[in-house]
Design a protein around this ligand. Sequence first.
Ligand SMILES: [Mg+2]
Ligand SMILES: [Zn+2]
Length: 189
Amino acid sequence: MIPALFLDRDGVINVDTGYAHRAEHIRFVDGIFQLCRVFQASGFALVVITNQAGVARGYYSEDDVRALHAWMSAQFARRGVTLTGAYYCPHHPEGTLADLAIACDCRKPQPGMILRAQRELDLDLSASVLIGDRESDIQAGINAGIPINLKMESAEGQSASRAAAVLPGLAAAVHHARHLGILPKSATA
Ligand SMILES: [Mg+2]
Ligand SMILES: [Zn+2]
């Protein structure tokens, strides 16, 4: 088993512009590649977990999501980062596509995507880290038993959070992980 860095997508990997589903919608967040290189160098798998209610709402298809994730994987690979997995939840209870308009067990804050990744990729959740920008991300990590859930400051504001820390950016997440001893102090990439 290896530890994983679980990454929410919209608002952590790419700037959250609302229902992004094509490459031209993607602007990568400052520091995302560096963050991934540092965790990768310390033996972490890198796993994307993203709620994509736009599928249930009929805004775009699961094929669109998969194509975008394949494109993203290639963008990461060009920068020396291997994305180990990318999981999405296409559901939403108020969706317009009947078979996806359900209360599923994968839409965060439910832990379903994390638990599925754990089984499929043989991950050690007790040594894993999650980074999100919404409280539902943090709660999903807690529900899955991940001990360190970090929250990026976001449009959600600074209301009370169950995150281990609320941080101003991804560089701060690297510093915080070093401070906690998750990453070696000397890790560079
Ligand atoms: Mg997000
Ligand atoms: Zn779901």
